[in-house]
Write a protein that binds this ligand. Structure first.
Ligand code: ADP
Ligand code: MG
Length: 299
């Protein structure tokens, strides 16, 4: 491509809401045959909300009180799930009578797993079943309830109090209105779409099935998201990765083309060659077509 055609391409991209940061990204986009997409905040709105709270037998905690304890710890986290839990404890049908959140101490938040802290003298751990297992807590008592939530596409967040499983919080995030059409456009261009998420395999599978996505890489820790991208590249694929979160930054940098959601975090935007200003995936197929045009291979 000539510098002139690239300049025109970048300008055209801007009109389409596709902000192209470097010429290589525009050039490589033409060869992309695989688009790996993060689930939360990329396929979905990224505004998760609490849809269910269930307590384990014998805890003596009401759903509202369980959520209040969990929210007190999550108040110290920036994670979208944490924000959903804090909001859920303050308003809506699971809100506690007194929505002021107690102080948390001994807070820790291992990435992609959950959070832990001490509230009102109780140790509270919130996160995946694996996270609780790591802490010697058995989460099988609520397996049926958690899986029922997951099959609806919700994230099941487990809560333990003082080393015992106390409940499960169902958190759902809407698929973006633009997502189905964006995926259809990619398929039309002959591009395979793969979902990559830290979330549970059942939850991820339910969302993927709804969107007609056949291939899902679930329960991938943030530190391993870039490994998945590199593995696909080693298979000879030309890979674009679309994501929004802090934990997506390494995968955005590892991909042949990194596509950040304009609605996402600054770290994601800085790590990507392309920003989708409208925060939806429609821009990916546009960028692919644009790249063909710029490279002189208009079909
Ligand atoms: P994603 O790939 O959707 O961005 P993450 O890698 O951030 O997900 O997290 C993976 C999983 O870890 C979540 O689905 C959730 O079960 C658990 N988790 C992470 N952070 C938190 C948190 N602050 N509170 C509860 N659970 C969490
Ligand atoms: Mg995300």
């Amino acid at each position: 491509a000539t510098p002139m055609s690239i300049m025109v391409g970048v300008g055209r991209g801007a009109q389409l809401g596709v902000l192209i940061k470097n010429a290589e990204a525009l050039e490589r986009m033409e060869k992309v045959d695989t688009v790996v997409v993060d689930k939360t905040g990329t396929l979905t709105e990224g505004r998760p909300a609490v849809v269910a709270v269930e307590t384990a037998e014998g805890t003596g905690l009401s759903p509202a009180n369980l959520l209040r304890l969990a929210a007190a710890v999550e108040n110290a986290s920036e994670h979208p799930l944490a924000r959903a839990i804090v909001e859920g404890a303050k308003e809506g049908r699971f809100a506690a009578y007194d929505a002021r959140l107690p102080e948390v101490s001994d807070f820790d938040a291992p990435a992609g797993k959950g959070v832990v802290g001490t509230v009102e003298g109780h140790s509270v751990a919130i996160g995946t079943a694996g996270f609780l297992n790591d802490r010697g807590i058995d989460a099988t008592d609520l397996d049926a309830e958690a899986d029922e939530l997951r099959r609806t596409g919700a994230t099941a967040v487990l809560v333990a109090v003082d080393g015992t499983l106390a409940g499960v919080v169902g958190i759902a995030d809407q698929v973006k209105e633009s997502t189905p059409a964006a995926l259809a456009a990619l398929r039309e261009e002959g591009i395979e779409v793969i979902m990559l998420t830290g979330d549970n395999a059942v939850t991820a599978g339910a969302v993927a099935a709804r969107l007609g996505i056949d291939r899902v890489e679930a329960e991938v820790l943030p530190a391993h998201k870039a490994d998945v991208v590199n593995r696909l590249r080693a298979e000879g694929r030309v890979v674009a990765f679309a994501g929004d979160g802090v934990n997506d930054a390494p995968a955005l940098a590892a991909a042949d083309v990194g596509l950040a959601m304009g609605t996402g975090t600054d770290v994601a935007i800085e790590s990507a060659g392309v920003t989708l200003l409208r925060g939806d995936l429609t821009g990916i197929a546009s960028a692919h077509r644009l790249s063909h045009a710029v490279m002189g291979n208009i079909r």
